[in-house]
Design a protein around this ligand. Structure first.
Ligand SMILES: NC(=O)c1ccc[n+]([C@@H]2O[C@H](COP(=O)([O-])OP(=O)(O)OC[C@H]3O[C@@H](n4cnc5c(N)ncnc54)[C@H](O)[C@@H]3O)[C@@H](O)[C@H]2O)c1
Length: 249
């Protein structure tokens, strides 16, 4: 369904982004795996590329810190040279730095807003030229249930995710006439590295709020992203799909 399309998924060396990348490649897209070049993340990104190629797909890994405009612009140039202009952008890269407002340092606020919100803005801006030329594009922003519900200890994170919903609606309005659709997916509580580190009592408290009674899997989020990235959703823009097992309605 995505043959001939080039897809960039930010932060796709792990977790939800990795599953989205595998699915897009399986549907025929040429996939750009973005990773931030710290610690062992490059090896993880290369492993995702290998998995896609072993399954007959097309993928390349590209380093960039999404919160740095120069870094993103260099990446987009490299992607265009190797895989063509980006038709599908998934703004998935995200971080948490949780603590109560009373203890939250301005640096912690800024860091989370920089990656989660400014990063999506920078990446969106960077792919627009190519999409406008083709008069086609799909942008999917990965928000979060806490951008709607709030969550104690996540002032920075929930603000960044609520901001992404605003960015989604404004970009959808600005870009619709150019054939570019912009939507968001708001995951609930999904089993990944981001949630694995939480104490058992926090996980149990979250589970108690989930109507369907289980944590979500990256696969659940990826399925909604695939729908929004495909022609199946061509009459949908500026919207958010909630993938949260009934945790928030
Ligand atoms: N896991 C959940 O329960 C949950 C719930 C709601 C929303 N989300 C969102 O889903 C997205 C994916 O999260 P995940 O759960 O798969 O966790 P994850 O930590 O596996 O994925 C986040 C990815 O972003 C990358 N990243 C971080 N900073 C970056 C930067 N500056 N530049 C480029 N890449 C960077 C990380 O290296 C990592 O690969 C995030 O936006 C997260 O906020 C997750």
């Amino acid at each position: 369904m995505l043959e001939g399309k080039t897809a960039l998924i930010t932060g796709s060396s792990s977790g939800i982004g990795k599953v989205i990348a595998l699915k897009m490649a399986a549907q025929g897209a040429k996939v750009a795996i973005n990773y931030i070049d710290i610690a062992n993340i490059k090896a993880d990104a290369e492993a995702v590329v290998k998995e896609i190629r072993d399954n007959g797909g097309v993928a390349e890994a590209f380093a960039a810190d999404v919160s740095k405009e120069d870094s993103v612009n260099d990446m987009i140039k490299a992607i265009e040279e190797k895989l063509g202009t980006v038709d599908i952008l998934v703004n998935n890269a995200g971080i948490t730095q949780d603590t109560l407002i009373m203890r939250m340092k301005v640096e912690q606020w800024e860091k989370v807003l920089d990656v989660n919100l400014k990063g999506a803005f920078i990446c969106t801006k960077a792919v627009l030229k190519g999409m406008m030329k083709k008069r086609y594009g799909k942008i999917v922003n990965i928000a979060s249930v806490v951008g709607f519900s709030g969550n104690p200890g996540q002032a920075n994170y929930s603000a960044s995710k609520a901001g992404l919903v605003g960015l989604t609606k404004t970009s959808a309005q600005e870009l619709a006439s150019r054939g570019i659709r912009v939507n968001a997916v708001a995951p609930g509580f999904i089993r990944t590295a981001m949630t694995e580190v939480l104490p058992k009592e926090v996980i149990d408290a979250m589970l108690a709020k989930i109507s369907l009674g289980t944590l979500g899997e990256p696969e659940d989020v990826a399925k909604a992203v695939m729908f929004l990235a495909s022609p199946e959703s061509d009459y949908i823009t500026g919207n958010t799909i909630h993938v949260n097992g009934g945790m928030y309605m």
